[in-house]
Design a protein around this ligand. Sequence first.
Ligand SMILES: [Zn+2]
Ligand SMILES: [Zn+2]
Length: 455
Amino acid sequence: MSRIVEIAKRDFNGLLIEQGFTCDCGKHHGTPLKEVIIKAGALEQAAEVVKKYGASKVFLIADKNTYAAAGERVASLLDQAGIPKTVFIFDDDYVQPTDTSLDKVLAGFDASCDLVLGVGSGTINDISKLAAKETGVRYISVATAPSMDGFVSDTSSMVMQGVKVSVPSTVPLAVIADLDVLAAAPRKLLQAGFGDIMAKYVSTCEWRISHLVTDEYYCEEIASLMRLAVHNCVSHVEDLAKGDHEAVRLLMESLILAGIAMSFAGTTRPASGVEHYFSHLWDMRHLEFDTPKSLHGLQTGIGTILSLDIYDQIKKIVPDEAHARQYAQAFDLESWYEVIRSYLGKSGERLVELDKKERKYDKEAHAERLSRIINNWDQILRIIEEEMPCAEELRKSYEIIGCPVSPVAIGISYCGTRRAFLLTKDIRFKYNASMLLWDLGKLEEVAQSLWQEAR
Ligand SMILES: [Zn+2]
Ligand SMILES: [Zn+2]
C-alpha cells in the first residue's frame, strides 16, 4: 500500500508537511498549502486564519453570489477583528475565466493589500489565485461550493486570448471550507464537483498509458491518491445526493486531494485526460461562437462517460503496424490545421502554432510511439481494464446524484461531439485516447462508430 495514500486516509492535513515527501518516483513531493479547514462553521475562523498568516490588509475577491453566500460574513468578521480590507465584487452575472476578468481585478487591486482572499469556487478561485501571483501577494481561499478541483493546484484554468490554458498561479496558504456553506450551494455545483472527480478514472488510465508510450513521468503514489479520491466519492454517492455533511466533506477533500496531486506531480496530468479536453473545446467554442456550455465539472463528467465508450472501442482494436504507418504517411497536416482553424476560430491559430512547436505529427515521433504501442499492447489493455470503471455502475452513480451523462443534456449534439473528439489531441500535447487512436491509424474510423445510436 502506498505510503502517501496511507497518510491521506489517516489525516488529510498530514500531506501538508513542510518538508514534503521523497518519493520512489524520484521526485520530491510538496505543496506550499499549509492547512485545509473543512467543517461546519469553518467560516467563523476566517479572520483568525488571515491573522495567523500575518496579513496586514486583505484584498477580498468575490462575485455577487459568493459574496452573499460567504463573502459578506467574512468581511464582517474581518471588520470585527480589526483587519483592514478592500473588497472587489464582480458586477457580471456570469464571470468568465478570461484575461479580461483578470484585468478587471488587477485594475481594481489595492496595492496596500498584502493578501488576496478569494471567496468563491471555480472561476473566482482561478482568477484570485492568478491575481495573487500577478501582484506578488499571498493567497487564502474561502470555498463556497465543492464544484471543481482547482482550489489548491498551482495553475489556474483560464481562457487567454481565446485559448484554454493552465496558467501558473499562487497556491493558497489555507483553504477554508464551511460545510454549512458548501451543502447549501446549488445542487448543480455539487454535481459538478462529483463529475470532476469521476474524470480521475480517465486521467489515471491515460497517465499510465502515456508513461508507456511517450515515457512521460509517472508516479504510482500520486495515481493512488486519485484512486482514493474517486473511491471516497463513488462509495458515498447516495449520501452526497442528500447533501449529507460527511459526504460533502469527503467530496471537498477529494477535490483538494486532486489539487495536491497536481502540485505533487508538477503537472495537471493526475487530474485531467481526454474527458477534460472535450470540456476545454466546448468552452473555447462557447467563447468564439456562443455555442452551449455548462459547468466545468458537469462537462468533464460527461467527458468521462464518453471516454468509457471510447476505451471500449480501443479494447477491440488489434494494432496493425503497416496500416498505422500508411495512415500517418498519408496524413495531410495542412488540411488538418485548416480543420482546427475553422472549428475553433481565432483560438485555432494558437493551437496550430503550438503544434508546430510540439511536432506531435512528426513521422519519426509517430514511428517511435507506434513501436512502443505495439510492443506494449497487452499492457495497455490491462491498464484500461484496471483503471476504467464499469459503465453501468458509473451511469447509476450519475443517476443517483443527478449528473448529466450525455452531451445532448447540455445542448451539444452527438455529431458535434464526434467532431470535438477528433480535436481532443490538439489543445496541447498530452498523450490521450485520441492521440493513441491517431497513432494506430484508427481515429476517424472509431470516431465515426461512436454514439451513432445514442439519443
Ligand atoms: Zn512520486
Ligand atoms: Zn477539472
